[in-house]
Design a protein around this ligand. Sequence first.
Ligand code: C2E
Ligand code: CA
Ligand code: CA
Length: 731
Amino acid sequence: MSDQNSKDLDNEYFGKLTKQMDVLLSDLLDTRTQLEQERQLFEMGPAIIFRWGTAEDWPVEYVSTNIETILGYKAEDLINGQLIFSTLIHPDDIDRVRQTASDFLEHDESFFEIEYRLIDSQGNYHWLFSHAMQAKSLKDGNKSFIGYVLDISERKKSDEQLKLAATAMESSVAISITDPEGTILRINEAFTEITGYSSEEIIGRNSNILSSGKHDKEFFKSLWSALDRDGYWEGEIWNKKKDGEIYPEWISMTVVKDSLGEVTHHVATFQDISERKFAEEQIELLAYFDPLTNLPNRRLYFDRLTQELSHARRTKNYGAVMFVDLDRFKQINDSLGHAIGDEVLIETASRLSKILREGDTASRLGGDEFVALIPNLGTELEPAFHNAGKVAEKLFAELAKPYELPERELIVTASIGIILFPDEQATSEDVMKQADMAMYRAKESGRNSYHFYRPSMQQEIEDRYELEQQLNIAIKERQFVLHYQPKVDAQGQIVGAETLVRWAHPKRGLVFPDEFISIAESSQLIVPISEQIIQVAAEDLSRWCEQGLVDEKFVLSINISATHFSMDEFEESVVGNLVLKGAELSRIELELTEGVVIKDFDKTIEKMSALSELGIRFSIDDFGTGYSSLQYLHRLPINTLKIDRAFVKDVVTDSGSQVITKTIISMGRNLGLELIAEGVEDTSQRKFLEAHGCFQYQGYLFSRPLSEPDFCVFLKHPFDIDDESIVQPIG
Ligand code: C2E
Ligand code: CA
Ligand code: CA
């Protein structure tokens, strides 16, 4: 072969070679690009690619950089051994992972798969799925692993939820799962128990089959918008059972979405809360309503009053509070029994409610105390006042109607105290206090009436309180003294005397009974006062007898107040004190007013008879002013009628007084009663009385009430009945 030839051959060969090399190179480049592209693709994907050694710590030879986005670690930290992969595996899982890897190597299998937890750079565990196979180490040709790892945390979570859901379905709480249109897909046992629908009956039907119709569109609108917004709603809903029963349930609704955020299901869990609600209602009822009358109680009433007060202030609209107190309710209760008392209260409540309009509140504060709250009486004071008066009149008329009770008819009157609000600063307590004062006033002015509050009452109440305090001291220190006013007959003979109490006040001097008796009565202080009076009177009387100052006719009369008389042990109290101080019972006369004796007639007869049998006498004081009828007076052991001062005063000049006086006298005589006229101030009065058959007198004409020593002097010096100069100036 020539050089040229061999050169040509060489050229040809190299040319071919170069070509081949070019092809190879471009192939290689292609492959590299392809590989690079594939690698990039991997790196964007969810799988992390690994190659690692089989040595103890599994040294990482390669890891795709997407590990950083998935787990937060830098690939190079693992590759250069700064981070040891096996230490990132959950301590509970590491042994299992090691075991699986070593089994795999031992049995020479083609691949292995395992799930385990691995901590990320933030300290959170991820569930990973790992698929690996054997490879040859690029470094030393030794065995190594190559594989990928997938983050399966989300799937794990939903697996758990599924498991949870399955157990939840067995719970005692009812569950229904519907599609977004409300078609029921699944229910549980508890659902059937509550609603009565079995799964065969209800699956495939729309959940609106359960709706009770009790909620309006607005309700569902807000429910759905909450579900949209929060994916969750809970609350109370009234639903309907299969048998038509409507019941309240407490329901929680949850929206379930798929990975794209589309709603796939609604899950509702609910409980029948009828019982709970019933219990709640009962508690509410107990807390806010009076169980006997079902009216709002004190608590609810005060809530409303406070509201109305501020409303009235805001709107400058007057309202009224009417405090209603039944007259003598205690007596009804005591004499007719509590069952009748309850009937009366229930009836009163219903009458109150009947008169009041919507927006008004009737309430029972306790006992026989009721109150009506009447807002919106107008913005002008005068008409508001007028309107309140009209309501009171109506209320009054309604309450005055006879109570038709089983077996009997009863008249129950009431006293009403009225206050208009709002006053500048008055709180609800103030308002109630004032209404109470007004009511008290109504009672004082003879009950069965109504009374408006006037601001001056406050002062009166304070004075009254002050006086009560002082009376308490007076009782302890026995500051009461007795004056005696003689009673004489037509011949001028002293036939007796009336005991009249005075209070020897340390600062004020002698205080007259008109100033303190009624207060003592209303505060029950009258009882100890009365007992002291009886004791002193009995003491004085027995001393006068001992000293021979009085003859055998002499009778001492003692005024008895209503409260004392109505006390349970009245007879014992009177007799006990009289006997204690040595008084002869037959020389004692108790002066009762008509009002006192007709109050509880049966009891009165009982008490008076018991005392009368012991020789004690009775007179009816102020006779003619009350409304007593003879019908029952003659059934009482009365000895004397005492003609009231008011008639005696005008008996000479006024024909009306004359008629009454004459009637009383003839009436008394017909009944065989003694008659005495009180307040006799001049001889013409005495003469008129004598001419018409009244032969006993008491009054300034003969003597003013006298202190005990003065009275003793008077007893020792009889006087001429027709001598007008004897009128004594002492008080
Ligand atoms: P009363 O029982 O009607 O007593 C008669 C009152 O008339 C006495 O007033 C007496 O001073 C007054 N009086 C007597 N004669 C005349 C007269 O000729 N002209 C005038 N204008 N008045 C005369 P007093 O002592 O102020 O008693 C007032 C009321 O106080 C009594 O009315 C009685 O209801 C009550 N009271 C007096 N003492 C007692 C008592 O010891 N116990 C009780 N519970 N009440 C008493
Ligand atoms: Ca009297
Ligand atoms: Ca009198």
